[in-house]
Design a protein around this ligand. Structure first.
Ligand code: S3P
Length: 434
């Protein structure tokens, strides 16, 4: 589905209906990569429709893995086992930091050299966080002073005992994947809990790993040389994509949404607690565990919108949802304060600056800080020409703010939404009641 590059969003009175979400982006990347290094075939239903997860599959094909996309976003992958084939061209990760960071853990264990490239935004993003530990494991990595492109010469790896200096699930998954190619046990420790889809997916593909809480946080241990087996699985609906519609619902007391098949993994679901504290009414009508991931159905109704503060571990847990929470902050009673979120500055765009600039263009008062934002409540927004900065979450966040602005909002660079959610604007149009 192609998204127009400029989209006009008109104000709405409520959002109502049922949402079919694309498969979760974080899980789709991991399933796509692990299916490629599993022995035998995998069949994955509801694989993310986003361009980022397509970048992962394109890189896997370049590494010799064959796969096919069937109808209804089902992909069938013929896994090669742990040994992939040398690519004949650079692995193009597009806009996807997840692809570059996690796949680097797999190519670091191969007996060939891979070059990993990305678009302009990805080429500015920090890769030192994977280069340092993977180099300590024995991979040879060249970069542009810590930025892409990366040239990774793999080898048989040494295990590592690594305490992560940045809270990053991508780095954790990268090192656990690399741990499969190491001679012995790799241990990764995190002081702030990050999403655990890498750990859950490795177990689904048959790997054994140990997880436990330690005094300083959590640790995961994995032994090298384990063979993975193919799976048949369905990817739950993406909670970070649902976030846009949940925040839209929160803007109007008359909103009513049904959200079936939603990922509710506790390391991702903090948004639901926060939105409930802010006044959104959410009831869980069904809850199942599928391949280690919690999946539920929600019934959602609007209410009065209170403000909140997001700081500490919450900032890591809500990192992808902060742009849309910030975009609805002017409509809360007390406003929203975001602290400890400087990672936002190195996402697909500098999300602190992108949010502050766009909110100001819409007439809001915003206090921008190095590690966050303070956005007072009880403010009105006015339709404006806003810029996505080629960042999918910024394009979508401001489409939501536009629903309660006075007048029309033009979103430039709206096509960025296709990175994670090609059907976003169409779905929004169907739900927004005017
Ligand atoms: C992701 C982790 C987060 C998140 C990204 C997806 C993942 O990034 O922002 O959208 O799938 O592990 P970091 O690991 O850089 O925090």
């Amino acid at each position: 589905m192609k998204v127009a590059s400029e989209i006009i969003v008109r104000p709405a009175r409520s959002v109502r209906g049922s949402i079919q979400l694309p498969g979760d982006k974080s899980i789709s990347h991991r399933y796509g990569m692990l299916a490629g290094i599993a022995a035998g075939p995998s069949r994955i239903e509801n694989y993310s429709t986003g361009a980022d997860c397509a970048s992962t599959l394109a890189c896997m094909r370049e590494l010799g893995v064959s796969w096919e996309r069937k109808n209804d976003n089902v992909i069938e992958v013929q896994g090669l086992g742990l040994s992939l084939s040398a690519p004949s061209r650079p692995l193009d990760c597009g806009n996807s930091g997840s692809t570059m960071r996690m796949l680097s853990g797999i190519v670091a264990g191969q007996n060939f050299t891979s070059e990993m490239i990305g678009d302009e935004s990805l080429s500015r993003r920090p890769m030192e966080r994977v280069i340092k530990p993977l180099s300590a494991m024995g991979a040879q990595i060249e970069s542009q002073q810590g930025n892409p492109p990366l040239r990774i010469t793999g080898s048989k790896l040494k295990p590592i005992d690594y305490k992560m200096p940045v809270a990053s699930a991508q780095v954790k998954s990268c090192l656990l994947f690399a741990g499969l190619f190491a001679d012995g046990e790799t241990r990764v420790e995190e002081t702030i809990r990050t999403r655990d889809h890498g750990e859950v997916a490795l177990r689904t593909f048959g790997a054994k790993l140990e997880r436990k809480a330690v005094s300083s946080g959590n640790e995961v241990r994995i032994r090298g040389g384990q063979r993975l087996r193919g799976i048949e699985a369905r990817v739950p609906g993406d909670l970070s994509s649902a976030a846009f519609f949940l925040c839209a619902a929160a803007l109007f007391p008359e909103s009513e949404l049904t959200v079936p098949n939603l990922l509710m993994n506790p390391t991702r679901a903090r948004l639901l607690d926060i939105l409930m504290q802010m006044g959104l009414r959410i009831s869980v009508t069904q809850l199942d565990e599928i391949h280690g991931e919690l999946v539920g159905s929600l019934q959602v109704a609007g209410g009065k919108l209170k403000g909140t503060t997001i700081a500490g571990a919450d900032s890591a847990a809500l990192i992808d949802e902060i742009p849309v929470l910030a975009a609805i902050a002017p409509f809360t009673e007390q406003g929203i304060e975001i602290r400890d979120a400087k990672e936002l500055r190195v996402k697909e765009s500098d999300r602190i600056a992108s949010v502050a600039t766009n909110l100001r263009l819409m007439g809001a008062q915003v206090d921008e800080r190095e590690d966050g934002l303070r956005i007072p409540g009880n403010q009105s927004l006015y339709g404006a020409d806003i810029e996505s900065y080629s960042d999918h979450r910024i394009a979508m966040a401001f489409a939501i703010a536009a629903l309660r602005a006075e007048g029309e909002t033009q979103i430039r660079g709206a096509e960025a939404a296709a990175i994670s959610y090609p059907a976003f604007f169409e779905t929004l149009d169907g739900l927004a009641k005017r």
